[in-house]
Design a protein around this ligand. Sequence first.
Ligand code: ZN
Length: 311
Amino acid sequence: MIKDIKGLHHVTSMAADANTNNQFFTNTLGLRRVKKTVNFDAPEVYHLYYGDELGTPGSVMTYFPFGTMPKGRRGAGEVGVTEFAVPEGSLPFWTERLSSKGVAGLAQDTAFGETRLSFEGPDGDGFALVESDAQGRTAWTSGNVSEDAGIFGFRGARFRLRDADATGELLTYMGYQKAEHEGDITRYVIEGGNAADTIDLEQVGNAAPAADQGAGSVHHIAFAVEDRAAQLRVREALMQTGYQVTPVIDRDYFWAIYFRTPGGVLFEIATNEPGFDRDEDTAHLGEALKLPTRYEPHRDKIEALLPPIAA
Ligand code: ZN
């Protein structure tokens, strides 16, 4: 069994309009934009990262805003809900705030003893705010959302799967423990990790598979490991179990490996090192356009292709 996974690292999704995306995460949700860079494979598309002050692993929601892009068809075999942790008692504030801003899909319920507010992102992305303990985390307070309501980071994620058991076995191998079961949902928890420590698997039976990944679809979900040595141990263990894992890829702010899981969700294992302050002062994270080294000679051309984004 793998012992190096520390919970979630980041979640990466696709979006349509970059400014709408930026406005939603920085203003409406009050996260900090911690990096403004471009897609490694398509430098004419931004890669925007939002999180806490430092972009601590377990707090980072990232997006590829493609401009115009049809919405993905939601269904089985994907991350259905990305869940953020918010302070106990803050959901009335959030209900009022999201409602006043016209956010769709607002619905409050409870699961596993936690009070949750579900809502949709600008492209129909599935999100929930879950009342949780801070567990040592501090919300980014930008002036948009005060400290008594600010998002701490991720709580976890809920996958929608036709065969939850196969992914459950994988999670168990990755160090998660099967915890509680409620309705069609089984909760898996990782001990000794960061605070983004739950994965809920929702068995959706005969639901149509998610298709045409597009705006609002989660592209992949990344799990955290401390460093590159831990990442190599995880890679070796996964390959010994028969998973096809990519080589280690340098993503500038972390190192990444990827593999496809039985339920269809693309997993990444990302290192906590080196972090988002490797090329910017903490005070100015996310302000300047940062380019991967190989694109730096083409900066003028790339900047001309990217839509300007409000601070
Ligand atoms: Zn990633």
